[in-house]
Design a protein around this ligand. Sequence first.
Ligand SMILES: *Cc1c(COP(=O)(O)O)cnc(C)c1O
Length: 377
Amino acid sequence: MDVYLDHHATTPCLPEVVDAMLPWFTERFGNAGSRSHRWGYEARTATEHARGQLALGLGCSPKALVLTSGATEADNLAILGVLRANRSRGDHVVTVATEHEAVLATVRAAEREGFRVTVLPVGPDGLLDPDVLVGALTDRTVLASVMWVNNETGVVQPIARLGEICRERGVLFHTDAAQAPCWLPMALADLPVDLASVSAHKLYGPKGIGALYVRRGRPRVDLEPILHGGGQERGLRSGTLPVPLVIGFGEAVARLDRARVPEVARLRDGLLERLKTVGDVHLNGSREHRVAGNLNVRIGGVDVRALMLAVRDVAMSSGSACTSESLTPSHVLRAMGLTPDEAATSVRLGLGLHTTEEAVDHAAEALIAGITTVRGL
Ligand SMILES: *Cc1c(COP(=O)(O)O)cnc(C)c1O
């Protein structure tokens, strides 16, 4: 039995989502930007319907959404777009050491453009202390970017509190929310959040599409596009809309059902208890402030690469997918104070909304056998 426990890396596209997408590749192939015939009209109507589904699921106005190629591009647009558009107001951006590379590499790029960057530390539980954020903001700070849910540890940052702190000080607040929608209710417009990045393939939709939420109303969120061209997405993201992907994204969000979240949390907790029976197994990151699907554990004496070789039929990860090929230990776990050795003996197990008890049972048995094997070597 093969068990997929790597839902933080990506999720399968729901068959119903694929079905909804298919006609838009073939008979309904129009360009949503074409104004002079029914093919274009049909595509535009359908993409606007999908935008409505996204808005409903994310709790915001359809006009607040800029469709992008994914969360990576949304993060780039949020950070570079805000900094470049607000040069007259300041030159400083604040973020956190445990962010995804899509944020960290982007602030480094901004630094090379002359902006100043502060990367804040987290506690051993992976949480950013709001007082640390307060201490980092200056009258030159334009933007703070703090992820909602960490992709390695599942740790949930206190986004509402952090957003409030920024709002009180006139600092724009961006959150990378790619890992949030499966587990947490989304009501973006009700939060003190100015910009938020999401990705379809993290919520049972297709790869290659995502969105940046940009708050509407006053004070205006000034944003400069990073891609230039035909002026689609209100000039903020040029490029022909990938109609089938837009349809799939809308359908995936409309079908997102969090009814099983408590059950998944129960399965995750059971898996942790089973793993603990081998001894010297420790949870990385806050237990309380964590999404239901995540388990990130350090297993004393067990190099995760050896464990993955020993347990071939359970898909898991030693860190984020983008860096798992390299030997550098997870920057997230290092930022939480783990030694390189502790990080190298930590594994991320990511359950999905459809993960069954049978699958978790099998994974627990296979992992326990694998740990015993690796420790015996
Ligand atoms: C997956 C992920 C991304 C990248 O999203 P893509 O749509 O694959 O570009 C960014 N941030 C976080 C937190 C993620 O989990």
